[in-house]
Write a protein that binds this ligand. Structure first.
Ligand code: SF4
Length: 427
């Protein structure tokens, strides 16, 4: 059961990010935008196919993006209406250059789980060097987008993902203030060396001098080996928990491999059975190569920039880690469950163990983690929490905290708290 299924409704993007391989009009002499978007009919065929394969379920989120800009697909409203008719949840990621307008006063966006807005800096200079858009217009678009979405039934998380480059590091606090003013969660992540083959070449010392020079001027290359050195042997690539379908209905191995490059796809969604998909998803040679170098950790777990004033991941009541310890120590008899057996969860276990607090279970949506032991803690499925525990106290240790909060609440569990992000950053 995949929790996220990415469907590339547009494979092209109007931004000019120098490190991204998405199709851009300038890449082709006879660029045809229509060939680079998925038609509504094809989208319906894909959803029906997923249904036939038994891969759709109540909690799945359809990511209407892969690497292209979804609002360049003019059928976006009809695609959303179709998903609504199937009661499916979905998510959108945009550069905010195109402003779609949904009918206000309706609930058309009530199934939108989260909205991601990517931002490459907070000045015209930064936009000139990365996205290539007019910065003032983007700010207006973001405000308009949030207003229109909220008035059209969107109640999920709005996230501003700020890509930290060397050139924009001093603009982070202005971007955060803008996000705060507009009630958008703010996540600053280091921009990565975006493309599987470049990371492979970097780690093999074969990246060309020109690329290495360019990367060393723009990115934080020191993060690559530092991040990989923290990878545990039992780490499971985050992408393997997702199904990725491109604009041509091919199943993509990885977001970081360019179409046409070795290992890009393992077949078409229309030609493989569910069993074949599940098996092939986790047995690709390129993934094995990737894992031997620990690249999967760098490519699938973006590194959060340490912004001390960040509030993301804190409890709605703004509790600190000291409050959380007090709460756990006062919860005699309750079983401690950490929801999210990823990096955040591992750090939370270490932090709690250092405080002489034991963790009873991890819980996680990933079928690749359920039934395993991570950091010496058994991982159970969310629907098993109430079977295994009489009085669980669940602490969310994942960045997607609000979505998980809703999921746990729907299970009927009342003691649910967030693990403060400050601990994650400082560990
Ligand atoms: S293991 Fe590597 S190649 Fe495979 S999906 Fe993860 S990051 Fe991509």
């Amino acid at each position: 059961m995949y929790m996220y299924i990415g469907i590339e409704i547009s494979s092209w993007c109007n931004a000019k990010c120098p490190w991204c391989f998405t199709t851009k009009p300038a890449d082709r002499v006879n660029f045809n935008p229509v060939a680079n978007v998925m038609s509504l009919d094809t989208f319906i065929d894909v959803i029906e196919r997923l249904e036939t394969l038994g891969l759709l379920h109540d909690d799945v989120v359809i990511n209407l993006y892969e690497i292209g800009e979804p609002f360049l697909n003019r059928d976006i409203s009809r695609i959303i209406s179709y998903l609504n008719s199937k009661s499916l949840k979905y998510a959108i990621s945009t550069n905010a250059s195109v402003l779609p307008s949904f009918e206000e006063g309706t609930n058309i966006l009530s199934n939108l789980s989260y909205l991601i807005i990517s931002m490459p800096g907070f000045s015209q200079e930064s936009y000139d060097r990365v996205h290539g858009f007019r910065f003032d217009r983007i700010k207006k678009n973001i405000i308009g987008l949030i207003t229109n979405f909220r008035n059209s039934g969107f109640i999920g998380d709005a996230r501003l993902i700020y890509h930290v480059y060397q050139l924009n590091i001093d603009e982070i606090y202005k971007a955060k203030a803008f996000a705060d003013e507009n009630h958008i969660d703010f996540y600053p992540y280091y921009a990565i060396l975006y493309e599987w083959k470049y990371v492979w070449e970097y780690l093999s010392d074969t990246l060309s001098y020109d690329l290495l020079k360019k990367a060393s001027e723009e990115l934080f290359l020191g993060n690559i080996e530092k991040t990989i050195s923290a990878r545990r042997p039992d780490f499971v690539c985050e992408f393997l928990n997702m199904l990725l379908i491109d604009v041509d209905c091919d199943l993509k191995t990885c977001c970081q491999i360019k179409k046409g490059d070795p290992g890009y796809s393992y077949g078409s969604i229309f030609n493989l059975s569910a069993e074949e998909i599940i098996t092939k998803r986790t047995t690709q040679q390129i993934c094995k190569k990737c894992q031997t170098k620990g690249m999967d950790y760098y490519l699938s777990c973006y590194t959060l920039f340490n912004l001390h004033s960040s509030t993301a991941g804190q409890s709605e009541n703004g509790h600190t880690h000291k409050d959380l310890l007090k709460l756990i120590r006062g919860s005699a008899g309750q079983e401690i469950i950490l929801f999210g057996a990823g990096e955040f969860g591992i750090k939370a276990v270490r932090y709690l163990n250092d405080e002489n607090i034991g963790v009873n279970y991890f819980s996680d949506n990933s079928p690749l983690k359920i039934g395993k032991q991570i950091s010496g803690v058994n991982v159970i499925a969310p629907w098993d929490i109430l079977n295994q525990c009489t009085d669980p106290l669940v602490i969310i240790t994942t960045i997607n905290h609000r979505q998980v909060f809703n999921q746990i609440s729907q299970l009927g569990i009342r003691s649910v708290y967030y693990f403060p992000l400050e601990v994650y950053i400082q560990q």
